[in-house]
Design a protein around this ligand. Structure first.
Ligand code: FES
Length: 720
């Protein structure tokens, strides 16, 4: 039953009860607060969120749950004075240069900071953090985020009452066991804990890019100074939750300022490397690839795109395989994941709706650890739930942090059986949308029949989940019309298929305003497959049988035979049947659970060319030519998120010795005798657009002005 409340005279309708603070924020009404953060348990210490509840008096908005019919006034003269008094106390010991939310509140309530400060409270001992406890306002957000969210105890409280202060575990942050995640920087409302790089950065030029840490490809603004990128932040205007992810905001440094980043191309000589010019590296790479083809034929070489890259790099990678090496052995690493195959019945693992639309659903179901791999989306989901707009069902391992904001939690030891238990409960309750499901998934009726005969009790027992939780989850899923199922898919077989079945049965694949958002935890570059980085698909979503059109447009011959996909190339390499591989993107052996298998395979390939920003273990020990390319903050070209949002990346500088991916690939193409030249990324993009009607409207200028989205899915579910 929806809950109706009046806040400042405005009627607010909520799907479910929530706190006054969240209800107000969801309705665009700002209640001052310092100690509240959506990621943390409400704490009630700053007392700034005091509001007047009709018939009940003054209440803390962050701790009080709305009730149907409740009337709330968020500011009266009495409340304003109360807030002013609190802020005056904070201002008494606050330095003049107040910053962050505290500075905004000082200004709003006409309070002047005293300007007092003690050098004793300044701690500059950490390489990345600057701590000025003069500015601390005692919200303890840093203490709580470190313990509750990051799972560490770096920040602690000392002394009691008014004397209470926060301190790092060892007294100095630089000698503590801080892991530099900077979650404390993120939640500090007063600038007491600052990021030394970001907090004091003075960018002299700005570029735009898209984060490549996950498949959401959030648009980012990048600040550069004379030495390189120094500042990264999400572009809230283009994608509201893009500013809420610690990954892209801070971890870009792991790709940019690391010792493993060579300042020139490198050539292997025995067990060590020697520096080379780009011309020499490209020549050695081209000669090695030619030699491999001469010895083993074009079928013995291949190209694997191992990470999220601009579309121009995808396009040139598949061209490298087809037009220069004469093979269809080209694939994105993502297609080696079980999810790619399991989601074939619905046209592959790209979302059926935009990620932004997820928070508009009446019911959101998350499967697996969304927070861990896609934190920005997790933030949006958490907010939709906390603000009372959506019911949230979490099916995940017991340590999933999103569970704290959920209405129903199905704790799963093994994910696929747990999801099946919820499917069984949905079918048994008679509320599964079998009719709608069968329009999107051919096997839906037989699936429903088999789940009915399995039964919830048995399914829950087999999964080791609480039967009551499975039934409650099904009940919650059936309580709203618009359902979004978001599944975080690692390499565990079966999870993708069960999530798809759950999405189908709940109406997520067939109803307006609903959707299924499968997300890949590793190698999340499946959009490359739909753009032609595939052993069987060509640019424009064409099959190999439609090669004539591509050949006509490009004037090249496309090999007729279907090539090997990533998994087959890795297997063939392990069997000693691959003579040369080109790996484009980040180190394919570094970030995944497939690492051992990939490494073993790479070691057996006589000639490996790696185009990668850094040198992980695969590049360092198993490659023969390393061409250093731009990281995502320096890249150029069009990033396409899994749900089809386009971002034009325009880094203003690239690291010393590196080239942007499109440029490195076009040089390699030229060295291999391919006749067309690509003087700029735009040339490659324009050629791809001519081959792909889905991109027809997407000129660089239109993308730069924002809001361009394409649908790369092969099957278009009704909910799109
Ligand atoms: Fe409610 Fe601080 S936000 S007491």
């Amino acid at each position: 039953m929806p809950v109706r409340v009046i806040i400042d005279g405005k009627e607010v309708v909520l799907e479910k009860p929530t706190t006054i603070l969240n209800a107000a924020r969801g309705a665009g009404i700002d209640i001052p607060s310092l100690c509240y953060d959506e990621r943390l348990q409400p704490y009630g210490s700053c007392r700034l969120c005091m509001v007047d509840v009709k018939g009940k008096g003054l209440r803390l908005a962050c701790l009080t749950t709305v009730q149907d019919g409740m009337e709330v006034v968020t500011e009266t003269p009495e409340i304003a004075e109360h807030r002013r008094n609190i802020l005056r106390m904070l201002a008494e010991r606050h330095p003049a240069d107040a910053s962050g939310r505290v500075a905004d509140l000082f200004k709003r309530y006409g309070v002047e900071p005293s300007g007092k400060e003690s050098p004793r409270l300044i701690d500059d001992s950490h390489p990345l953090l600057y701590v000025d406890l003069n500015k601390c306002v005692g919200c303890f957000n840093c203490v709580r985020v470190c313990e509750e969210y990051v799972g560490r105890l770096i920040w602690r409280t000392m002394y009691r009452g008014e004397q209470t202060i926060v301190m790092p575990e060892t007294g100095r942050i630089g000698t503590s066991s801080c892991i530099s995640c900077r979650a404390c920087v993120d939640v500090c409302p007063s600038g007491a804990i600052l990021d030394k790089v970001m907090g004091f950065a003075k960018p002299s030029s700005w570029g735009e890019t898209a984060c490549s840490y996950c498949s959401l490809s959030c648009p980012l603004k990048v600040g550069f100074d004379g030495s390189g990128p120094v500042y990264v932040e999400g572009e809230r205007d283009k994608l509201p939750f893009s500013a809420e992810c610690l990954k892209g905001k801070y971890h870009w440094e792991d790709l940019v300022y690391v010792p493993e980043r060579p300042e020139a191309p490198r050539l292997r000589s025995g067990a060590s490397w020697s520096r080379a010019s780009w011309d020499d590296a490209v020549k050695v790479a081209a000669d090695g690839l030619r030699k491999a083809i001469a010895e083993g034929g074009p079928g013995s070489v291949g190209v694997i795109v191992s990470s999220r890259l601009p579309a121009e790099a995808y396009y040139l990678s598949q061209l490298l395989a087809r037009a220069a090496l004469g093979t269809n052995n080209v694939d994105a690493a993502a297609s080696a994941l079980p999810a790619a195959k399991e989601l074939e019945p619905i046209g592959g693992p790209l979302p059926t709706t935009s990620v932004e639309s997820v928070s508009g659903a009446d019911v959101i179901v998350t499967v697996g650890q969304v927070e861990e791999y896609h934190p920005a989306l997790a933030s949006a989901i958490r907010r939709a739930s906390l603000q009372g707009h959506s019911r949230l069902v979490v099916i995940s391992s017991p340590d999933d942090k999103l569970s704290r904001s959920a209405d129903v939690v199905v704790e799963a030891r093994s994910l696929a059986p747990a999801v099946r238990a919820v499917e069984a409960a949905l079918v048994e309750s008679g509320k599964a949308d079998v009719e709608g499901a069968s329009t999107a998934l051919k096997e839906a009726r037989s699936l429903a029949l088999s789940l009915r005969s399995l039964g919830t009790s048995r399914a829950a027992k087999e999964a080791g989940v609480e039967e009551s939780a499975a039934r409650e989850a099904a009940e919650a899923m059936a309580s709203g019309r618009r359902v979004a199922v978001v599944a975080e898919l690692d390499t565990t077989p079966g999870v993708a298929a069960e999530s798809m079945n759950l999405a189908a049965l709940s109406g997520a694949l067939s109803r307006e305003g609903s959707g299924f958002v499968p997300l890949l935890s590793y190698f999340d570059n499946y959009e490359a497959v739909e753009l032609g980085v595939s052993p069987s698909r060509l640019p424009g979503g064409r099959g190999l049988s439609e090669a004539k059109e591509v050949e006509g447009l490009l004037g090249v011959k496309v090999p007729a035979e279907e090539g090997m996909g990533t998994a087959e190339m890795v297997e063939a390499a392990r069997d000693g049947k691959v003579r040369a591989l080109v790996i484009v993107g980040s180190d394919i052996a570094s970030p995944s659970p497939m690492r051992e298998a990939v490494l073993e395979a790479l070691y057996r390939v006589p000639f490996v060319v790696a185009l990668s920003p850094t040198a992980g273990v695969g590049v360092e020990y198993a490659s023969h030519v390393h061409m250093p390319v731009a990281s995502f903050v320096e890249e150029e070209g069009v990033y396409i998120s899994a749900d089809g949002r386009l971002t034009l990346a325009r880094g203003t500088r690239v690291a010393k010795g590196a080239l942007r991916s499109w440029e490195a690939l076009s040089r390699l193409l030229a060295a291999l005798g391919y006749g067309r030249a690509y003087p700029s990324a735009r040339d490659a993009w324009e050629e791809l657009r001519r081959l792909d009607p889905r991109l027809a409207e997407a000129s660089y200028d239109r993308i730069a002005s924002g809001g361009v989205r394409v649908n790369l899915r092969r099957a278009r579910p009704r909910s799109w």
